[in-house]
Design a protein around this ligand. Structure first.
Ligand SMILES: Nc1nc2c(ncn2[C@@H]2O[C@H](COP(=O)(O)OP(=O)(O)O)[C@@H](O)[C@H]2O)c(=O)[nH]1
Ligand SMILES: [Mg+2]
Length: 178
């Protein structure tokens, strides 16, 4: 059994905790064991907590999923969580364009620390005021199609959606796919 680490990061309210919880509770063939835990390292603020979930991927991979705190004052946690990660997902709430610059700053933080494949997951696409995937892609600074990470729509409350997003992430780790 090989342990792998996937980090779910993103803006406050984007759906990180929901994503980890949903991923960890799925009972489908490929996922044989689920554990969910929330570890608080600061009693006065729940936002410093990170989320931890575990998914068994087929016979070989124990996927550890860590959801980061959203606020940048806890970026020391981002640092710790990303260090041993093989891949990460940046969740961005599609209906909160005011948060896009902050999403970009999280991205820069991660890019300065690790060089690993990542994807962007757009959440809240079902909510009123959600921008289109194309518009968000541009606003996140990906003006040309080269060097653009995969950008998927995900509803963290839906198991199938979370699973397919995990598959997209894990596929990037197959040599030749990145
Ligand atoms: N309608 C809808 N609600 C969502 C979506 N993603 C997250 N939410 C909701 O947004 C709220 C904040 O999610 P949470 O996981 O706590 O965000 P976090 O701060 O990133 O951990 C919760 O009520 C979620 O159910 C989505 O794609 N659509
Ligand atoms: Mg949370």
């Amino acid at each position: 059994m090989k342990n792998m680490r996937l980090v779910v990061t993103g803006t406050v309210g984007a759906g990180k905790s929901t994503f980890v919880r949903t991923a960890s509770e799925i009972e489908v063939v490929q996922i044989e064991r689920t554990v969910t835990d929330e570890i608080s390292i600061d009693k006065e603020e729940t936002t410093v907590a990170f989320d931890f979930g575990k998914v068994t991927f087929g016979p070989d991979i124990d996927l550890h999923i860590y959801g980061t705190p959203g606020q940048s004052r806890f970026d020391f946690m981002w640092d710790i969580l990303i260090q041993d990660a093989q891949t990460y997902i940046l969740l961005v709430a599609a209906h909160r364009p005011n948060d896009f610059p902050y999403a970009r700053s999280i991205l820069s933080f991660m890019e300065q620390r690790v060089e690993i494949p990542m994807i962007i997951g757009l959440t809240h696409m079902d909510c009123s005021g959600a921008l289109s995937s194309e518009e968000i892609t541009l606003q996140l600074g990906y003006v040309s199609e080269s060097n653009r990470p995969p950008i998927v729509t995900v509803n963290p409350n839906l198991r199938t959606s979370v699973l397919s997003t995990l598959m997209t992430s894990m596929e990037l780790l197959i040599p030749g796919n990145a």
